[in-house]
Design a protein around this ligand. Structure first.
Ligand code: SF4
Length: 125
């Protein structure tokens, strides 16, 4: 069964594997436990930060500023670049390919590939 949703709570409860899509492309895929333990793509991390947590009272939910680009607005580079705190010239000029980072965990991101993404940090521009 395939489930398409933005609700990560539903994903966590219902799915074995997760494919994260952005602007029509797969940007990350992993086993559900691995994805929630170790989200790699900045968009995946931003989605996680926008989830309400049951065990904290005051954390303000973060939102992802800007909009997903329409197909005719896509440039040469990574579709998330305008919203990503880690975008650089390489990101704006090239589309990252999916590469494996752990068994069955693939991600398309130059910052991950170059090891310049801190484990937990600000992910949005
Ligand atoms: S770091 Fe670069 S490749 Fe990775 S999501 Fe941000 S803009 Fe895209």
């Amino acid at each position: 069964m395939v489930l398409i949703t933005h609700d990560l709570g539903v994903v966590a409860e219902s799915c074995d594997r997760v494919v994260v899509m952005y602007a029509g492309r797969k940007v990350e895929e992993a086993d559900v436990v691995d994805l929630f333990d170790r989200p790699l793509h900045p968009y995946t991390r931003a989605l996680m930060l926008s989830m309400p947590a049951m065990n904290t009272r005051s954390r303000r939910l973060s939102e992802i500023p800007g909009m997903v680009p329409a197909p005719h607005e896509l440039g040469r580079g990574c579709a998330f670049a305008a919203r990503c705190a880690y975008a650089n010239d390489r990101c704006r000029a090239n589309i990252p390919e999916l590469t494996e980072h752990g068994a069955g965990h693939v991600v398309a991101c130059f910052a991950v590939e170059e090891n310049r993404l801190p484990l937990h940090e600000k992910v949005l521009a």
